[in-house]
Design a protein around this ligand. Structure first.
Ligand SMILES: NC(=O)C1=CN([C@@H]2O[C@H](COP(=O)(O)OP(=O)(O)OC[C@H]3O[C@@H](n4cnc5c(N)ncnc54)[C@H](OP(=O)(O)O)[C@@H]3O)[C@@H](O)[C@H]2O)[C@H](O)CC1
Ligand code: K
Length: 527
């Protein structure tokens, strides 16, 4: 499913109206009617509704909602934040007239009579927020700021039409006053503020409603949310053996960080690799062997707990002779001259590689590393978190956090690699496509979850086309985390739990894929 910015939505709206021929009032009717239906379902036993409409089309939608709530026999008080009818958008005014024609009443609210609205909110059970939608540019100007404060202070449940008023549709950033919604009902596609933090935390449950926007005007938009529909599952054949499913060589670890390579290796097996071998500094071999049962291990020379100078020659030999089909490198490998030369060598290996953690920190120290990556003819997957991305690009972490998509895209272009940028959301960028994962949770902000992801990707790159492998792996990783917190809670979730819940994630994902069906209304949660 796509995720849009305001301009893109407006472009599709305009063309649907002017070229496809669906009148704007029909779109508004669809938007408002379905919003009313969801509201009535959600607040069945509530009686008193206060509708707060702005002067634009978001307010127009809200007036349609008011009409259907009124028709349903609810007590509806409707307020328009404007000084006069002349200031309303055309479709807003039309819906005001229709509302009045069926007996609805409205009050125009300005700074002067704000107290009337404040008073009405005291008796409200539910508030409908139709002040601003995609036409809003922060920060809020004038007395509307006060209105937003009053609504939030009322502590009443709020249903936001399209966007909680005061949030900017195109980013996760927050500024000034904005509505804190319990439910947000958005149209055609979600917007970035519905999925990116911190803004998305204030949207409540987000429903996406089909209002008849003609999708084909959005063909050029290649920004997506990962959903069961747009990701693939690897398949096993009856007539197969372990080599059918790939041999993932997992290189990493150092004294004190053996867990990283152990977790990546275990995750690789659990994600379905036919064989997984951990290649490690010999000083940690004993601990690795005692923790890995299904996986093999190959110890190579080490000194002071890290791969030593001699290790490079040994690794070259092992890779030349072994039948490995993918390499996953970097987890817990630390940084010294030897690890740097190992990474330099790995870049030349003619196999798919996943570079994670210290693999990336080593990479950042190599002059011209972007050109080395560009020259590679085999798939490369880079999985930096924001700190690692900062070392790779020299950009401030705050800048990266506020521009996840742009940074991931640019870095993917510069390296011709698949980039998995890990922040409070995971963003995948490759060529002209961007995919956001909306799976995962704050419980996963704990050591080792990145190692698990690297292991999963290293396994899946043997099973699916590289970009598909990354999409599937990122989804499964987040989904495992979501399934795990249901049982374990956010505080106690640890990285190895993600491995334990992978089977359930596979199983549940397959179920979701088998139950795909079209529906006019979808909750983002259901993806
Ligand atoms: N046909 C369609 O386009 C459909 C749209 N739908 C709904 O419409 C909104 C978008 O409507 P639009 O009229 O473009 O804009 P808004 O209603 O969101 O906002 C415009 C009003 O907000 C005021 N505004 C904007 N920024 C600020 C600010 N910082 N402070 C105060 N006021 C602000 C603006 O005032 P101006 O003085 O700038 O003109 C307008 O009054 C979309 O979100 C949907 O809800 C339907 O879905 C159907 C199809
Ligand atoms: K709104």
């Amino acid at each position: 499913m796509k995720v849009l910015k305001a301009k893109e939505m407006a472009f599709a709206d305009e063309n649907t109206i002017n070229l496809t021929g669906i009148p704007s009032l029909v779109l508004m009717e669809n938007a408002g009617r379905t919003t009313a239906q969801i509201t009535l379902d959600k607040y069945k036993d509530k009686e008193n509704f206060v509708v707060v409409a702005g002067s634009g089309n978001n307010g127009g939608d809200a007036l349609v909602v008011a009409r259907y709530l009124f028709k349903a026999g609810k007590k509806v008080k409707t307020y328009i934040l404007s000084s006069s009818r002349q200031k309303l958008s055309q479709d807003n005014l039309k819906n005001l007239e229709i509302y009045e024609n069926i007996g609805g009443e409205v009050l125009f609210i300005t700074e002067k009579n704000l107290r009337k609205l404040q008073f009405a909110l005291k008796n409200a059970d539910v508030i409908i927020d139709g002040i601003f939608g995609t036409g809003f540019k922060p920060p809020v100007k004038g007395y509307r700021e006060k209105v937003i404060k009053i609504i939030n202070n009322s502590k009443k449940p709020v249903v936001s039409v399209d966007i909680p008023s005061g949030l900017f549709s195109d980013s996760g950033q927050i500024e000034g006053e904005f509505i804190k919604a319990d439910i947000t009902i958005t149209f055609a596609y979600p917007k970035l503020c519905h999925i990116l933090y911190p803004a998305s935390e204030y949207c409540g449950e987000v429903f996406v409603v089909d209002i008849s926007i003609d999708e084909h005007y959005l063909q050029e938009i290649k920004r997506y949310i990962l959903t069961p529909k747009n990701i693939l599952l690897p398949k096993r054949k009856k007539n197969s053996h372990k080599y059918t499913y790939g041999h993932n060589l997992v290189i990493g670890g150092s004294v004190g960080k053996s867990g990283a390579v152990i977790m990546a290796s275990k995750a690789s097996t659990k994600a379905g690799a036919g064989l997984t071998t951990a290649l490690i500094p010999q000083e940690i071999n004993q601990v690795v062997e005692s923790n890995l049962i299904e996986e093999m291990s190959i110890p190579v020379s080490s000194k002071d707990g890290l791969f030593s100078k001699k290790a490079l020659g040994e690794i070259k030999n092992i890779i030349k002779k072994g039948k490995f089909s993918s390499i996953t490198i970097g987890m817990g490998m630390s940084i010294n001259d030897s690890t740097l030369s190992i990474i330099e060598y790995i870049l030349k290996v003619k196999k798919p590689i996943v570079i994670d953690a210290d693999g990336l920190n080593n990479l950042a120290l190599i002059d011209n590393f972007k050109n080395f990556l560009k020259k590679r003819k085999y798939p490369t997957i880079l999985t930096p978190h924001v700190g690692e991305m900062s070392r790779l690009t020299g950009l401030e972490t705050s800048y990266i956090n506020n521009n996840l998509e742009e940074v991931a895209k640019e870095f993917s272009k510069d390296t011709e690699s698949i980039v998995v940028l890990k922040s409070s959301r995971v963003v995948i960028a490759y060529k002209d496509e961007v995919f956001y994962s909306i799976k995962g949770n704050e419980g996963m902000a704990t050591a080792g979850t990145g190692d698990v992801l690297a292991g999963i990707l290293g396994a899946l790159v043997n099973r699916l086309e590289p970009l598909e492998a990354v999409k599937t792996g990122v989804y499964l990783h987040g989904f495992s985390g979501d399934l795990a917190v249901k049982d374990l809670g956010v505080e106690s979730l640890k990285a190895t739990d993600l491995i334990d819940y992978l089977p359930k994630a596979y199983f549940e994902l397959e179920k979701k894929k088998n139950n795909l069906s079209y529906s006019l209304v979808k909750s983002l949660k259901s993806y």
